[in-house]
Ligand binder design. Structure first.
Ligand SMILES: [Zn+2]
Length: 448
């Protein structure tokens, strides 16, 4: 048996001085430090906090097919360094996209023996795979993802309203959530037409091309479909705060809707994005400072359930840093190794606690992915996925802390608060003080 001691063990009921007892990779119990049986293997982390391993429900690992963008080894290494012990991989940007059981099996083969943390798969819903949905669920995906707008890549198709309506009865039958990229092309095309000769080096041009309205219209459509088809709807990467009021109303109605936002929307603000700074391009876009504060309010009010990274890497040249063109640059921001300190820096400045962090970054995503009885909590019977986190130390972010394949980041050079000292997966260390000990012991979490 192992015992992990800390002055601050972050559990559902509060933050306590305690020892977490672990046997066979599972948490046996959490006890006062003086009740630990003799002869256990003791790890005393003193003042550092022990958090449950974080769960990231929105990651693009891009493997197989685009392992030159990221890959299972590098993504899960960055995850371990960032305090994550389970990643849920998006069905696109890998090739083939995860839209059939055969494609899912290829992804499983690619992941075999290469993961430092656990992973699970979202299945894709595209224009023509309605008949694959139930089979994907039976094969073990934890839910589905679709786009209402072009996803920035041609190997994964968006769905029209009609195609979505054809898919929804199948999705509802599985009982699994459907994650939706909620922007509609109508408002985007309308605004983009007026920007024909605009300067695409300017961030303001990009922001104008993807207005709040595109998100709002998509969310309204989705809410009405949710009411009609009674499926579990999850809005990924909410960027506009203008949708919060309607989301709050439908949630009090009891509609099965959940919402996520991402570190970049909670940290950056459009006013401070320099022209040509395409490292900050993502879709939907980073909006104003005022909008960012409203998103924090949405988290505080419980309208936004969780924070996921939307870790979306590419080959560095695709960011077009030389020309700084927001039209042609790849949209996506990588943050697997950084999300915890980024969010802790922002959250602690606003008076939130580590309990809130665990709620948003472990319990919430675990519930979405259906692994909330095994992951996301420090409690008896859960996997012994533990993060040792020093919440008080600050550091200047350099490339050596990124750990994913291409060390580019809009966060480089920032001073952040909170350092991940170690990460344990089922009781075994997978990250300790900058090193990755042991074998790649991560495995797939399946619902079936
Ligand atoms: Zn994404």
């Amino acid at each position: 048996m192992q015992a992990f001691f800390s002055q601050q063990v972050v559990m559902p009921g509060g933050i306590r001085r305690a020892a977490v007892l672990v046997e066979g990779g599972q948490i046996q119990s959490v006890v006062p430090p003086d009740s630990v049986p003799l002869g256990v293997e003791a790890h005393d982390f003193g003042e550092a906090a022990i958090l449950p391993g974080l769960v990231d429900s929105h990651v693009h690992i891009n493997d197989p097919g685009r392992a030159d963008w990221e890959g299972f080894e590098t993504a899960t290494r960055a995850a371990a360094a960032g305090g994550y012990t389970l990643l849920v991989d998006m069905p696109l940007n890998c090739q083939p996209a995860t839209c059939s059981v055969a494609a899912l099996e290829l992804k499983r083969a690619a992941a075999q023996g290469r993961c430092r943390v656990d992973w699970a798969a979202w299945g894709g819903v595209v224009h023509d795979n309605q008949n694959d949905i139930v089979a994907l669920a039976a094969a073990g995906v934890v839910g589905f993802k679709c786009f209402l707008v072009h996803p920035g890549i041609d190997s994964f198709t968006m769905v029209s309203e009609q195609q979505l309506r054809a898919a929804l009865p199948h999705v509802a039958r599985t009982g699994l959530p459907l994650l939706v990229h909620a922007e509609l092309s109508g408002p985007i095309d309308k605004f983009s037409e007026t920007l024909g000769h605009a300067d695409w080096r300017r961030y303001a041009t990009y922001l104008q091309s993807r207005p709040d309205e595109a998100e709002l219209c998509a969310i309204r459509l989705l809410l009405s479909l949710c009411r009609q088809y009674k499926f579990r709807l999850h809005i990924v990467h909410l960027s506009t705060s203008q949708a919060l009021r309607e989301l709050s109303t439908v949630r009090s109605e009891g509609l099965p809707v959940s919402v996520e936002t991402c570190p970049h929307y909670l940290h950056f603000a459009s006013e401070a994005i320099a022209d040509g700074a395409t490292l900050q391009k993502c879709a939907p876009p980073i909006r104003s400072r005022e909008n960012r504060e409203q998103l924090w309010q949405g988290l505080s009010d419980g309208i936004i359930d969780l924070i996921a990274t939307d870790h979306s890497p590419c080959r560095p040249e695709m960011k077009r840093l030389d020309e700084g063109n927001f039209k042609t640059a790849w949209g996506g921001i990588s943050s697997l190794s950084l999300a915890l300190p980024v969010i802790w820096t922002e959250a602690s400045n606003r008076g939130f606690s580590l309990l809130d962090i665990v709620h948003w970054m472990a319990e919430g995503p675990a519930r979405l992915a259906g692994c909330h009885r095994r992951k996301g909590r420090i409690a008896a019977g859960y996997d012994a996925d533990l993060v040792v986190f020093d919440p008080d130390s600050e550091f200047l972010l350099g490339k050596e802390r990124l750990h994913y394949q291409h060390p580019v980041s809009p966060y480089l050079g920032e001073k952040l608060r909170g350092i991940v000292k170690a990460t344990y997966l089922r009781g075994k260390p997978v990250f300790v003080e900058g090193e990755f000990p042991g074998m790649a012991i991560g495995r797939e979490f399946r619902l079936n």
